[in-house]
Structure formats: structure tokens, C-alpha cells
Design a protein around this ligand. Structure first.
Ligand code: NAG
Length: 273
């Protein structure tokens, strides 16, 4: 099974009386499993919709804006989770059920600032779940990292917690706040280092310094590669803390420290965004 992610830029398309915007897609290329969608309705309400296999032709499931009219009318009401399948009689796609569910959120909430995802204007996509954005409450461009689907939330727990541990210690980018959707935390906003480059071998000493600083706080990074050390002039910033864990085992920390030199020499693209 292969999962294919796609994301469209913000184009609104009418659906009955609603404006529908597709925010994220996860389709199974074998079409054996449900496809998942994150929609924004009327510029305000996020709705998570699953579509049964075989409901739409395989290559039409990404719902490029021109295809959004192929979706059945979105039922009115305060629902956030819905499922589309084929109507047994007509064979046409219909919403089989919708419900309002208490979706999970990130629980490691420590920063005083919370920013609703609707306050963020996407400028550029970096990865599926990471984008550069602007926000009226923040200066310049920022980096946004969010869970696109509720079941991905656990991946953000450790990373949000790690940012609290390293706050103000000159190890990672500045943590600017938690991102919310309908009140629950789905990710965070970081300082965006747009003039940074991945580390090279000649940056070894500066990279070692920042990694030693992390280890001195009892944290193991867990994903050492040159793309996770961003260099600006002399300054090195460590990023990507989703594998970070508290670690009191000195030999594990030493092993990670030793692996850094090898990683900077690695010519493969391991870890490239
Ligand atoms: C520390 O980690 C090493 C390597 O994983 C392991 O062999 C060792 O038993 C660990 N020591 C302690 C005290 O847990």
C-alpha cells in the first residue's frame, strides 16, 4: 500500500451553499483503504472526511479544485467528521454519516501564545506538514508545523515537549506559539531561518557545540543528519525534535555525539527535506 499526500493551494469552490477548500489529502494508491481529506468550509470550519474505496475513480480522488463540485453537498450543522460512500440505490456518492467528535489535541501546552490556524497565511510549503506562513500577530515569516489529521497528533507531543526543555538555551529555533484548530492544539509555530543552509563538514565544531548543549540538558536528539543542523554565518541551529527524548544514559548520548562527524561526511540525501 502506498499513501500519497497532496495539497492544493487555497482555491474555494462552491458546493451547494458552501465554499469548500481542500486543505489536505491522504489517498491509498491501491484504493483498498479509505481516503482521508481535511476540508475548510466557508473559510471557517474544518471537517475531516473519509471516502470509502471505489467511490470515485482512482485518479480523481485528490479533488483538484475543478473536481470539488463532484463531492456530494456538505450537510449543514456543527459536524467535524464525516464519511462519504456510494448510495446503495443511486450509486452516487453521498454523506453516509456526519458527527461532532471530540478530536484529540497535543497535550504538551506550555507556551503562552496560541494562534488559530486561520490566522496563518501560507506562503510556501516545505513538507507535507510544514509550511512557511505569515501572521498579523507575528513579525515576518514563520515556520508552521501541524498535524493534518487527528490521528497524527501523538507525533507532535514529544516535539512540543522538547521545545519547552530547550527554550531560551540557544539550541533550536525560537518557539513562537501553539497552533490551534477549533480550540485544540494541532501543532506549533517556530522562527523561520530562511537564510540557513544545511551543515557541511567544516561546520563540525559548531555542530558539536550545539549537540553537546542539548546533551547537557539530558536530551537525545534521535535524528542526527546534516539537514537538521542549520547554519547561518557561524551560528548553528538544531531542528526537528520529533524523535527527541529525555535520556540519562551517557553512553547513548556519547554514541549520538560520535555519529555527528559521520553524518556530516555522509553524501547521501538522508534527511533531506
Ligand atoms: C545504556 O545504553 C546502552 C546502549 O543502548 C546499553 O547497552 C546500556 O545497558 C544502557 N545503560 C543503562 C544504565 O541503562
Amino acid at each position: 500500500m502506498h499513501w500519497r499526500h497532496t495539497s492544493q493551494t487555497s482555491v474555494m469552490t462552491g458546493n451547494g451553499g458552501c465554499a469548500i477548500q481542500l486543505l489536505a489529502t491522504l489517498v491509498d494508491s491501491d484504493d483498498a483503504e479509505e481516503s482521508e481529506y481535511r476540508f475548510l468550509v466557508n473559510g471557517k470550519h474544518v471537517k475531516y472526511v473519509t471516502v470509502g474505496p471505489g467511490v470515485y475513480p482512482k485518479d480523481e480522488r485528490t479533488f483538484a479544485p475543478v473536481r470539488i463540485p463532484m463531492l456530494p453537498p456538505f450537510p449543514p450543522g456543527d459536524w467535524n467528521v464525516g464519511h462519504i460512500s456510494k448510495d446503495e440505490v443511486t450509486g452516487r456518492p453521498v454523506f453516509l454519516h456526519t458527527s461532532h467528535e471530540d478530536l484529540p489535541g497535543v497535550r504538551s501546552i506550555w507556551h503562552p501564545q496560541q494562534i488559530d490556524h486561520l490566522e496563518l497565511t501560507k506562503v510556501k510549503r516545505i513538507r507535507q506538514n510544514i509550511y512557511v506562513a505569515t501572521c498579523a500577530r507575528l513579525e515576518g515569516s514563520v515556520l508552521v508545523k501541524i498535524a493534518e489529521f487527528p490521528w497524527q497528533m501523538h507525533c507532535y507531543e514529544a516535539e512540543s515537549a522538547a521545545y519547552e526543555q530547550i527554550e531560551g538555551k540557544g539550541i533550536g529555533p525560537d518557539f513562537l506559539g501553539h497552533v490551534t484548530e477549533a480550540g485544540r492544539v494541532i501543532g506549533f509555530v517556530l522562527e523561520y531561518l530562511d537564510d540557513a543552509r544545511p551543515a557541511r563538514f567544516e561546520d563540525l565544531l559548531n555542530c558539536q557545540r550545539v549537540l553537546a548543549n542539548l546533551h547537557a540538558h539530558g536530551i537525545r536528539h534521535g535524528d542526527i543528519n546534516k539537514y537538521n543542523f542549520l547554519v547561518q554565518k557561524e551560528k548553528v541551529t538544531l531542528i526537528d525534535f520529533d524523535s527527541a527524548r529525555l535520556c540519562s544514559n551517557q553512553s547513548e548520548l556519547d554514541a549520538e555525539y560520535q555519529s555527528l562527524e559521520r553524518s556530516l561526511l555522509d553524501c547521501s540525501l538522508k534527511g533531506k527535506p
